[in-house]
Design a protein around this ligand. Structure first.
Ligand code: ZN
Length: 560
């Protein structure tokens, strides 16, 4: 059995190469481009080569770690594909996935940022290049000032402090109440220091230093969907797809029209996020609403996570546009692909506290100070009890900028943002089960009937019927059908002449079994096509149906 692990870039590449060597009949490892710092970006293609080439089968694309710190996402992608290879002969579900579908897996997109995250104390959103500034400005930057390898929290006693030590659990800092006096109050902010180009003058106060984002690029705000620029969305980048990593991803997607489903793995929240992002579910067509909600609910059952729309979980009511430039929105809105963002790991739920994955950001913001404190006590208590290495008690430190401070708190990397190593495999396993079923939800063409009848000497009528045996429509979604230029291509071969009917000809897209009204016949799941041909008795007529997001199906029949 594979073992889930956190991997540096060399470790990740080693594991992918080993997998490709282990199963050359199933696995193809390719480079789709280079990162800003010149690292190769890998895609793993998995399918059973004996049953067709990758492009001839409908595909699920899974990527991870587009955000540098969300490293458990790449662990989950690698663990999943290793499991698929390992279980192909044992598990009929896996065998069917690899027999009839293609998996494209891009374990790590933010290869440069993740390396910084994994090998230094720094936390960063996506990429280690300087953005949005062109030269580092003066101000407060996060830094591991006490050299313990982590960037934790600092508390600095101050008359104008906004926090006090919690009376119930002194490990927790509680907000200072309106009009409250007479206690010891603190500023609480991340561990860091003040960068000053001029070394003279007074030492800046903790609360007067400007918060500087040195590495503020956000890859998941850089896609060409409602892109808002830095003024409308921090991290948006200078223009859509300005980042080489994302350009490579977009080019890959364009070159693989068989991609019919997509999941972007992130952390944290323990939630499967679906469309829509622009309003409540009524902004989706009835078909797409049914497809998204049913697949997301399947995901809930497979993973034990929550599910809901991006809008339901993230909207606060104050945003002009919700998360402009995100990959899942681009994949659905512009390409019509059934797309999900999966947020792994839910520390708050593990601790018995409320999280946005369950109740959404709007309700999170409406929690009272007491309710928030209640939850925070639970989280600190859970971590200190279960993962004591991930909790650092407040410890005195003589800070070069702020004087006597205390540093402590929860490990932001491997208990807040990512699961502690002991829980990583469980998390990867849950997500993999969803990804496998997501792949198997895509459309799949099958020939449901073929017949030949003689109509005159050496002249025959050929009737063939094609069906979609998958859950999704052959265009992936209703949106995909609206955007698609081509439907299903039908071809006939083996006749000496076609007297009536065209080959190739085009049929409309088909629904899958995923949209079944109670009183509605499944009439849009099948279509038939007819030709009148001349041919020699005994000659084989082959009929072939194909469409990129549902694969191809062929059948043949001998002329009587
Ligand atoms: Zn993320």
């Amino acid at each position: 059995m594979p073992t889930a692990a956190y991997m540096t870039y060399p470790q990740l590449v080693h594991r992918l190469r080993r997998l490709a060597d282990l199963a050359p009949d199933l696995v193809r490892l390719e480079v789709i481009g280079k990162s800003r710092l010149g690292r190769d970006l890998f895609v793993v293609t998995l399918t059973d080569a004996a049953t067709g080439s990758p492009l001839d089968k409908p595909a699920v694309l899974v990527d991870g770690n587009i955000h540098a710190g969300e490293v458990c996402a790449s662990s989950a992608v690698v663990y999943w594909i290793e499991r698929l290879v390992e279980e192909r002969d044992r598990d009929p579900v896996v065998r069917e996935l690899l027999r009839t579908r293609t998996v494209y897996a891009i374990p790590r997109i933010a290869v440069d940022g993740a390396e910084v995250y994994l090998t230094t104390p720094a936390r960063l959103r996506s990429s280690p290049h300087l953005y949005p500034h062109t030269t580092p400005p003066d101000g407060f930057v996060e830094d591991d000032v006490n050299g313990d390898g982590r960037i934790l929290w600092m508390r600095v006693p101050a008359e104008d402090g906004a926090y006090a030590v919690d009376e119930i659990d002194p490990r927790v800092m509680r907000p200072r109440q309106p009009g409250e006096i007479g206690g010891v109050y603190y500023h609480v902010f991340p561990e860091g220091r003040v960068v000053r180009t001029s070394q003279g003058g007074a030492r800046p106060a903790a609360s007067s230093a400007r918060d500087v984002r040195l590495h503020g690029m956000d890859f998941n705000r850089n896609f060409p969907i409602r892109w808002a620029g830095e003024s409308g969305q921090s991290g948006a980048g200078p223009f859509p797809l300005s980042e080489p990593e994302l350009r490579a991803l977009a080019d890959f997607i364009q070159a693989h029209p068989n991609i019919a489903a997509y999941a972007a793995l992130h952390t944290s929240g323990g939630v499967i996020l679906r469309q829509p992002s622009t309003g409540d579910d009524t902004v989706l067509s009835p078909l797409d609403r049914a497809l998204f909600t049913e697949v997301a609910r399947m995901g809930e059952r497979e993973t034990g996570y929550f599910s809901g729309s991006n809008y339901e979980k993230f909207a606060t009511g104050h945003e002009a546009v919700l998360m402009p430039g995100a990959a899942d929105d681009w994949m659905y809105d512009h390409l019509g692909v059934l797309s999900f963002t999966v947020e792994l790991w839910d520390l708050r739920r593990r601790a018995g506290a409320r999280g946005y994955g369950e109740i959404g950001m709007r309700k999170m913001m409406a929690l009272t100070v007491e309710e928030r404190l209640e939850d925070e006590r639970k989280v600190v208590d859970y971590v200190a009890r279960e993962f004591p290495d991930a909790y650092t008690p407040w410890t005195l430190f003589d800070h070069p900028d702020f004087g006597r401070v205390e540093i402590g708190g929860l490990d932001p990397k491997f208990v807040i943002q990512n699961p502690p190593p002991a829980l990583l495999e469980e998390e990867c396993d849950r997500v993999g089960r969803f990804l496998t079923r997501l792949g198997l939800s895509t459309a799949r063409l099958v020939v449901s009937g073929i017949s030949v009848e003689p109509v005159a000497e050496g002249v025959y009528r050929v009737i063939a019927e094609v069906a979609n045996a998958g859950f999704l429509p052959t265009a992936s979604t209703k949106k995909g059908r609206d955007l698609a230029l081509e439907g299903i291509r039908a071809e006939l071969r083996g006749a000496s002449e076609i007297l009536a009917g065209a080959s190739p000809c085009e049929l409309d897209h088909l629904d899958g079994y995923g949209f079944h009204g109670t009183w509605r016949l499944p009439v849009h799941q099948r279509a038939h096509v007819e030709w009148v041909v001349r041919g020699a008795p005994g000659a084989f007529i082959e009929v072939r149906f194909s469409t990129p997001r549902a694969g191809r199906a062929t059948a043949s029949v001998a002329l009587p």
